[in-house]
Design a binder for this molecule. Structure first.
Ligand code: HEM
Length: 86
């Protein structure tokens, strides 16, 4: 549930940029895309372009009609938040 979801700043998102540990953010939500890689109709290489970063723009440029929120619901890790300033 919502209680178990994380607040993830860009610096943490950035660490998850490997095929076996790939996260991306779409519209403020962070998803683990590793399990989806073999199933992406556009291929692994294309999907990996958004690994470790905010993929919102690239995602909407390639297929704005795809509902990532619905598709990746089971892969939701948490929410993208601004970097903490100290
Ligand atoms: C196709 C999902 C990220 C490039 C598709 C399709 C889905 C999908 C469902 C089929 C769409 C259709 O046939 O109408 C996703 C999800 C993504 C993601 C859930 C993010 C988590 C990306 C990214 C790129 C990309 C970042 C490019 C940099 C493509 C391309 C196709 C495609 C080129 C067309 C493949 C073809 O029909 O030959 N994607 N995608 N996708 N995707 Fe993605």
């Amino acid at each position: 549930g919502v209680d178990t979801l994380m607040r993830i700043p860009p610096s943490v998102l950035k660490l998850h940029n490997k095929k076996e540990d790939a996260w991306t953010a779409i519209n403020g939500k962070v998803y683990n895309i590793t399990p989806y890689l073999p199933y992406h109709p556009g291929g692994e290489k294309e999907l990996m372009r958004v690994a470790g970063r905010d993929g919102t723009k690239l995602f909407s440029l390639t297929h704005a009609w795809v509902n990532a929120d619905f598709m990746l619901d089971a892969c939701l890790v948490g929410f993208l938040v601004p970097e903490q300033s100290s």
